[in-house]
Unconditional design. Structure first.
Length: 429
């Protein structure tokens, strides 16, 4: 699910024997949904830039894949195309905004695209035997990309190689942070640690060997076993010019750390689970000058925390299941000046909540599956004044729901069930 301009783009899956799906968009209003095209089930990914998005999708009943540009309306949705010579096979290039267009990381290298076939060209050809730019991130500074080598592309400039292939084992993830980038890098001698770069070879360095020697401070998935899965998994996030991340120094267990890109400015924020037991910080979510995360505490269980990036400013946001019980918050999203998330409580099951970072400013938004049953809401997105999300009321399966400004929670009924002329054409209070 991605917000493009004033519309939400998402893949609506149809649970039939054919397992088909449609790329659709909604303006958050009843009757405001548009069907854009048929796609293969569970295949669509997209990257928004202003009022447009490029969407990668697999054709129904085919292995053919392509990219298209859309503004969320049928008349503004282009024809799928494939950059370069690779025209078949399951291929899902990462895409990020860059200037007024996008960058695409493909097996041939890095492409610049305006979302059309004629406006797409290869800007950095990389030997696929050495590296394919699956890790790709951009900021106003430029774009950083690579897998076994690291490259930087500034606007209106030529690509620069920061780390040559063979100098490190793997680039595991990239997070833009202010005037630089935090990079998670694996090396045989140092394990997986945090690096920092300003986009120049001289300014590219390992920040600190947090877990001494070949041990890894940052635990991530195996890029060989699962090369297409996200590498950071909510463990690394930017907070202004700094980055917060979950790391294990071999003494305190996996806890929350902060870094400004220097060795002196890289330190443990707090040992929430004293000693070697980990608090396992996850779901790191920037929220203005603060960052929310989920962590374990011996007296509080697994609950929601908030930090301003200092030890004194790292505190519990709410203890929804009092005492050592856990509400296990998830699906954190900072939207319209509020944190929205899902959490479980004995009385209400797993439902949607919001918070301003204090216990008094935390309350439940929904009870879609009544009582202790769980609707398990997620994929929270804001479109206009409506909070849109997926949830299951226990009767209809997972559908699109919307929380409106007046506090009502309509179910957007789909046309495959209602038979209406427009999908999501009516609402059930």
């Amino acid at each position: 699910m991605e917000v493009t301009g004033n519309r939400l783009l998402y893949e609506a899956r149809i649970w039939t024997a054919e397992a088909t799906a449609r790329l659709v968009s909604s303006d958050g209003a009843i009757g405001g949904l548009e069907a854009l095209r048929e796609v293969a089930w569970n295949s669509a990914t997209c990257a928004a830039n202003g009022g447009f998005a490029v969407v990668h999708a697999q054709e129904p009943d085919s292995m053919e894949t392509g990219l298209l540009r859309t503004d969320g309306l049928p008349e503004g949705t282009g024809v799928p195309f494939v950059p370069g010579t690779e025209v078949s096979g399951y291929w899902e290039p990462p895409a990020v905004p860059f200037g007024s267009g996008w960058l695409l990381g493909t097996k041939q290298g890095l492409w610049v695209s305006d979302g059309t076939e004629d406006g797409s060209f290869l800007t950095d050809a990389i030997d696929p035997v050495l590296c394919t730019p699956w890790n790709l991130a951009s900021s106003p500074l430029g774009a950083l990309y690579g897998c076994r080598s690291l490259h930087f592309l500034a606007p209106d400039a030529s690509p620069v190689e920061l780390l040559a292939a063979g100098s490190v084992d793997w680039i595991r993830g990239i997070v833009p942070a202010g005037s630089g980038f935090a990079v998670v890098v694996s090396e045989e001698a140092y394990g997986t640690e945090l690096w920092w770069t300003d986009g120049t070879p001289a300014g590219t360095r390992r920040v600190r060997d947090i877990a001494p020697g070949p041990a890894s401070a940052i635990q991530l998935g195996d890029p060989l076993a699962a090369p297409f899965e996200p590498r950071l998994e909510g463990k690394v996030a930017a907070l202004g010019d700094r980055v917060l991340f979950a790391a294990d120094d071999g003494v305190h267990g996996e806890e929350l750390w902060v870094s400004d890109g220097t060795e002196a400015g890289t330190y443990l924020l707090g040992d929430l689970m004293p000693g070697p037991r980990p608090s396992s910080p996850r779901e790191l979510t920037p929220a203005g000058e603060r960052l929310f995360f989920v962590a374990e505490h011996p007296a509080l269980g697994r609950e929601l925390w908030v930090t301003d990036g200092t030890p004194a400013g790292t505190v519990p946001a709410a203890d929804l299941v009092p005492g050592a019980g856990s509400s296990c918050p998830g699906d954190l999203a900072w939207l319209d000046g509020r944190l929205v998330f899902s959490a479980w409580t004995p009385a209400w099951g797993r439902e949607a909540w919001r918070t301003d970072g204090t216990s008094a400013g935390t309350w439940r938004l929904t009870d879609i599956a009544p009582g202790p049953a769980s609707s398990s809401p997620g994929l929270f997105r804001q479109v206009g004044s409506t909070l849109l999300f997926a949830a299951n009321d226990g009767e209809r399966g997972f559908e699109l729901w919307g929380l409106t400004a007046d506090g009502s929670v309509p179910l957007f009924r789909d046309g495959w069930e209602s038979g209406g002329p427009h999908r999501w054409d009516a609402a059930t209070p």
